[in-house]
Ligand binder design. Structure first.
Ligand code: FE
Ligand code: FE
Length: 306
């Protein structure tokens, strides 16, 4: 059996980088393993291990989805054909098809009977669907002051598991770029971090990873993803004895024009890097950039800022 390509298709595949890089079905298991690795000897080791535990529950949810698809196949096709995100977070978070996922996550997360984790779970267990929706809307809207900080990782984990599962179930999505470079074409949420990939047809290309659904989309390198300027960008990384300068596996692309920045992992320098795990393990870099006057616009749903 052979596939015959039209000449136009051959030319297109030679020049056009693939727009999407979809996560593997075991994304949360890989993320948990990476977090456990990074937690060794890390100042925030306990926190990274807690997020790893949540990732293991997220993987259970993706493997055994507590609810079906959030939108009818017909509406998905319509969105995709009109270039709209088929899993639009702003409307789906209000419609609430993810509530079953949060309940399932609460039921599955095992913790000791007392302590801050047990308190957080107790607050969640005692909350109504309306309260849960209010928290999730605030979290996805970046209004962190409305959500108790201890609840953020649990609500964020449930939302991520639902949206990633729905993303993986989309029928061969052909998504179009969103209005802004930093916006996910699948769900419309902001990017969490970038990844410069190192393998196959994605080699050397930059993809931005969605903070909600983990979809990755292509954005050319050396361009501020917020104001689209390429002038004077600089790359900041944490001091690390193991890596020569300029070879750091995680660097922040800092824009002097809009004072925004985005952290990105270079898989060429560390093939095991994982956007969410490596973002949480490098919060010291965010603190330094904040002191230098740069603003972080990329959410990480497992962490309330400050
Ligand atoms: Fe997304
Ligand atoms: Fe900028």
């Amino acid at each position: 059996m052979s596939t015959i390509l039209e000449p136009g298709q051959i030319e297109a595949s030679a020049v056009m980088p693939p727009f999407l890089h979809l996560p593997p079905a075991n994304l949360f298991e890989l993320r948990a393993a990476r977090l456990e690795h990074l937690a060794e000897g890390h100042a925030l080791g306990d926190y990274l291990r807690l997020v790893a535990r949540l990732c293991r529950v997220q993987q259970q949810l993706v493997d055994n989805p507590p609810g079906g698809l959030p939108v009818a196949a017909e509406r998905q096709r319509l969105c995709i054909s009109h270039g709209l995100p088929p899993l639009a977070a702003d409307s789906l978070v209000r419609e609430g098809p993810w509530l079953d996922w949060l309940q399932s996550l609460i039921d599955r997360f095992d913790t000791e009977p007392e302590g801050p984790l047990a308190d957080a779970l107790g607050t969640l267990r005692g909350s109504s669907d309306a309260q849960r929706k209010g928290w999730a809307i605030a979290l996805l809207g970046g209004q962190y002051d409305v959500v108790p900080a201890a609840l953020v990782p649990f609500i964020g984990a449930a939302l991520q598991a639902a949206w990633s599962s729905w993303l993986l179930a989309l029928p061969e999505p052909e998504l179009k770029p969103a209005g802004s470079l930093a916006q996910c074409p699948a769900c419309g949420s902001p990017a969490m971090a970038g990844v410069v990939r190192n393998r196959g047809k994605h080699n050397g290309l930059r993809y931005l990873a969605c903070s909600l659904c983990s979809c990755e989309w292509h954005v050319v390198r050396v361009k501020c993803v917020y104001c689209e300027s390429s002038k004077g960008l600089r790359y900041s990384s944490l001091e690390d004895d193991r890596h020569a300068p300029g070879k750091a596996p995680l660097r922040a692309e800092c824009c002097p024009g809009c004072q925004g920045y985005l952290k990105q992992s270079y898989l060429e320098n560390d093939a095991a890097a994982e956007p969410l795990a490596d973002d949480l393990a490098s919060l010291a870099l965010d603190m330094r950039l904040d002191e230098e006057g740069f603003h972080r616009l990329a959410p990480n749903l497992m962490l309330a800022p400050g």
